[in-house]
Ligand binder design. Structure first.
Ligand code: ADP
Ligand code: ASP
Ligand code: MG
Length: 416
């Protein structure tokens, strides 16, 4: 079994899905194809959720525009009156019902019920198109296969149950290509869940682990993993092969080309991950495996934008290490806030986190009794691996460095 994963950009319109077909048609079989939502649909659905308290005509406009987009793509690929379009229209009509019961279940539940629809719609279109073109494909509903806990928006996979279900879902005499949704799953009682934004890469790794796949290929709009985001540094160069360890460090630091959770399930079974370009499918791309990286001669630049630097100082001047440390990080976890960088001194701790003001407000109100809290908003975290003095100059010159953390191989700056 091989696993392919296609992100939003690779299915953004009918032309992109035709290109997906030509990549899939040339693949070794059997094949699992993990697909994200079309284009920027997840953002559009987040917008629907955020508008849920607003006047109903505004919500209607947001819903109608997502529906139009999908129907247009479906009709262009599959013709008028296709089954995918009918299915999607029914599913979109259900959004109103979800909004009306939202109050009882909480905002994170509502988010997952609505935002998870994007992947269901995209996979209906893609799978029906592959079948129309003569491939022996089958659509799999990950809400019946990938079972998670009910930590909505950041659900944890229940492996034993998911293993049993996925293995049985891909047992088949008639299909050889299985199309499944990235990013989504469901609780055992049938509530949809999501695995965290950009989580479709992680789904591909979960499927590969469970099915003991030979390899995973994630098809991106870049030639592979480069030594910087090419949107940030136009002279970025391709890294031919990197180790699992290097990949996980890069993605955890913010290289958004791979979701950080992707590496562990692959590492655990020694499954190689190829990152290749859907725009130039013949390119060699990057391979991530247990082999040593060939990157150590080139500095790698990683930028994580939209960060907040929080400094916590115990009011009673007690040491922050020890009992306080456990208390602080337990609260970060409970509020669903990931710590991107931590630096402690005797009586203060600095933590860099994503700028999610609702979660940060909830956290700080729990901490405020015992800690004084200082903020630096609108900061970014820049990490350099295999740094040189020249590379450091390139990212810090003329900038205000609020915090620096250096080891032998890497250095991180929080920049205001
Ligand atoms: P997907 O469509 O699969 O969700 P993403 O948009 O999440 O793909 O990831 C691809 C993007 O990652 C690229 O367009 C690029 O801007 C960005 N990126 C960030 N860091 C890197 C890097 N080191 N190498 C390649 N791409 C990177
Ligand atoms: N569609 C989801 C998102 O945009 C998951 C993914 O694309 O990986 O976050
Ligand atoms: Mg993505």
């Amino acid at each position: 079994m091989i696993v392919y994963k296609f992100g939003g950009a690779s299915v953004k319109d009918a032309g992109a899905i035709r290109n997906l077909y030509s990549i899939v048609a040339g693949a070794q079989l059997p094949l699992v194809v993990v697909v994200s939502a079309l284009g920027k649909t997840t953002n559009a659905l987040e917008n629907v959720v955020n508008q849920s308290g607003r006047p109903s005509h505004e919500v209607d406009i947001a819903i109608a525009s997502v529906l139009d987009y999908h129907l247009q793509v479906a009709d262009e690929l599959l013709g008028q009156g296709n089954r995918a379009a009918a299915w999607i229209s029914d599913s979109v009509a259900g959004i109103r019902d979800l909004l009306s019961v939202a109050g009882d279940r909480g905002p994170d539940w509502l988010y997952d019920q609505i935002v998870s629809l994007g992947e269901l719609w995209s996979t209906r279109i893609v799978e029906e198109y592959l079948r129309k073109r003569g491939l022996r494909s089958r659509w799999i509903d990950m809400r019946e296969v990938l079972i998670t806990d009910d930590r909505y928006r950041d659900a944890n996979v229940i492996w034993s149950e998911s293993e049993r279900r996925l293995r049985s879902a891909v047992k088949s005499d008639d299909a050889e290509i299985f199309v499944l949704q990235g990013f989504i799953g469901a609780t055992a009682s049938g509530n949809s869940t999501t695995l965290g934004r950009e989580g479709s890469d992680y789904t591909a790794a979960i499927a590969a682990n469970i099915l003991e796949a030979e390899s995973v290929v994630i098809w991106k709009d870049v030639p592979g993993v480069l030594n910087a985001d090419p949107g940030w540094m136009s002279d970025a160069t391709l890294l031919d092969n990197i180790s699992y360890k290097e990949a996980v460090e890069m993605s955890f630091s913010g290289a958004k080309v791979i979701h950080p959770k992707t590496i562990k399930p692959l590492h655990n079974r020694g499954i190689p991950l190829y990152v290749r370009s859907f725009l130039q499918p013949d390119g060699s791309g990057t391979v991530i495996s247990s082999n040593e990286s060939s990157t150590e001669s080139v500095p790698v630049f990683i930028r994580k934008e939209n960060q907040v630097l929080l400094s916590l100082l115990p009011n009673d001047f007690s040491f922050v290490i020890g009992e306080n440390l456990g208390k602080i990080f337990h609260l970060f976890y409970r509020h669903g806030i990931k710590t991107n960088l931590v630096q402690a001194s005797a009586v203060s701790i600095a933590v860099c986190v994503d700028n999610d003001s609702d979660r940060i407000d909830a956290l700080t109100s729990d901490l405020r009794g015992e800690f004084r809290i200082l903020y630096n908003k609108d900061v970014e975290m820049i990490s350099l691996r295999y740094y040189t003095e020249e590379a450091i100059r390139k990212v810090t010159e003329g900038k205000k460095v609020l915090l620096e953390q250096r080891t032998r191989k890497s250095v991180r700056f929080v920049i205001g």
